[in-house]
Ligand binder design. Structure first.
Ligand SMILES: [Zn+2]
Length: 458
């Protein structure tokens, strides 16, 4: 049970929590731009101060890149379970500046929204957790579990230093599970536990035909056109029902359970609104699945770029010498990127005619991720979210990837419980990024309830 004093403390300190959110987002901690290195250090220092004020033990840890901030329960009890909150204090570059209504590092409040770069992704979200721990500690209540924080400064540029830091500090960071607030909820009425993410497998396909571009009048008809062959090969990979024809592609896909489908159907979805929001006349997707299922629970084979022949001004009558395609596949549990790429290569080889030479280059991929949504930790999260938001928590799958989550599983042997506070219109990575103060306050309440809920899991 969460003591009433903890919840009262959160409510009565709302204005100060908002002021601190303003102060935090005023620091332009842009990890991608080296001229902000000083701001990155200042931001990490601000965060350490904030954690210390909350009653935590906190310090800055040097890495090969930007520092990591570690904060810990003041009196860790080895008999209690430990949970680790992960977040990132770095932000995306704000460019293009002219598309912002007000300066990105001058937070602007409009009603219950605050506009600033990095406020939703991810400063506001992990600050809510720090505030919740403060409420427990400052009201003299003992936390029912040990709560530690790992806040990095390179999430927006690939977390390179954290990948080195994790294995070296795995003992210190040991935990029963991680709590990550960096995902979306469908609305304030639909808090959500994100229990699965898609993985990714990138490849590039290149077909080489004649050793130079040829005159289409002198050679056309007798020499094959690599661009047409590529289109034919790619076109044959998807049937009219939206299914991919690569043998074995779906073999390791875990079937959606009736419980999951029921849960996913609780998330409101307006097809017309969605269709209009992306500017298409009709939606397309694998038959037998809803758009939300297609976007997060089914694998895709997406053609990202197609290059061949002449693309300059006017025309040029040639048979191009080569054609290439950039592809990324989004994979779902339990597909393995290496295995899927091997299947794709084998199939492409089988369907490639002898008139062209096929080369497939592999990029750096990452596996999909899933926590059992019916497991006790997931269910504890859903109860905490319901208590914080005042609405039933839904289960959601994320269509994108958070590669560091797989690294947590590998090095800390712990699952990540994703309880995001971002709303669909928060404009993360875009101009006019915003964060809802209602989500901030509900998130603090949720976080306050989370510790007794998670601690009660045997
Ligand atoms: Zn981001």
């Amino acid at each position: 049970m969460t003591p009433k004093a903890v919840l009262d403390y959160l409510a009565s300190h709302e204005e100060r929590f908002i002021e601190e959110l303003f102060a935090y987002t005023r620091i332009p901690s842009i990890s991608a731009q080296s001229d902000h290195a000083g701001d990155m250090q200042r931001c990490a220092e601000w965060l350490v101060d904030r954690c210390v004020k909350a009653g935590l033990k906190a310090d800055i840890r040097k890495t090969s890149g930007y520092p990591v901030v570690i904060a810990k329960s003041p009196k860790p009890d080895p008999k209690k379970p430990t949970f680790l909150v992960y977040g990132h204090y770095d932000v995306q570059p704000p460019d293009p500046l002219e598309l912002w209504t007000s300066p990105p590092f001058e937070p602007r409040r409009v009603g219950r929204n605050v506009y600033a770069r990095g406020i939703s992704d991810n400063k506001g979200q992990h600050l809510a957790h720090i505030n919740s721990v403060e409420a427990w500690l400052k009201t003299g209540n003992e936390l029912p579990c040990n709560v530690n924080f790992l806040i990095e400064g390179e999430e927006e540029v690939g977390s390179k230093s954290l990948y080195d830091f994790l294995p070296k500090n795995a003992k210190e960071l040991a935990c029963k599970a991680l709590v990550v607030s960096d995902t979306e909820i469908p609305s304030m009425k639909h808090p959500a536990l994100c229990y699965s993410l898609r993985g990714m497998a990138p490849i590039e396909i290149r077909l080489d035909g004649p050793d130079r571009d040829l005159h289409s009048g002198l050679f056309g008809g007798a020499v094959d056109n690599p661009a047409i062959v590529l289109c034919q090969m790619l076109g044959s990979l998807r049937n009219k029902k939206g299914r991919f024809t690569i043998p074995g592609f779906y073999d390791d896909v875990i079937k959606l359970s009736a419980y999951e489908r029921k849960q996913m159907a609780k998330v409101p979805f307006n097809e017309t609104k969605f269709r209009k929001s992306v500017g298409v006349g009709a939606l397309f997707g694998e038959a037998g699945y809803t758009p939300n299922e297609q976007r997060a629970a089914r694998p895709t084979f997406e053609l990202n770029g197609l290059t061949s022949g002449y693309q300059g001004e006017g025309g040029k009558t040639i048979i191009p010498s080569w054609a290439s395609a950039k592809i990324t596949m989004r994979l779902v549990p339990d597909q393995n990127p290496k295995k899927v790429i091997t299947l794709v290569k084998k199939h492409l080889k089988a369907i490639c005619p002898p008139t062209v030479k096929l080369t497939v280059t592999e990029g750096q991929g990452g596996g999909p991720y899933m926590v059992d949504p019916t497991g006790p930790l997931a269910q504890a999260c859903m109860r905490a979210a319901k208590a914080g938001f005042g609405h039933e928590c839904v289960l959601a799958r994320g269509g994108g990837s958070i590669p560091i989550i797989a690294a947590f599983k590998q090095h800390l042997k712990a699952d990540s419980l994703m309880l995001g506070l971002a709303l669909p219109d928060d404009n993360a990575h875009s101009p006019d990024e915003k964060f809802s103060l209602d989500a901030y306050m509900a998130g603090m309440k949720m976080a306050a309830h989370l510790w007794p809920e998670l601690a009660s899991v045997p």
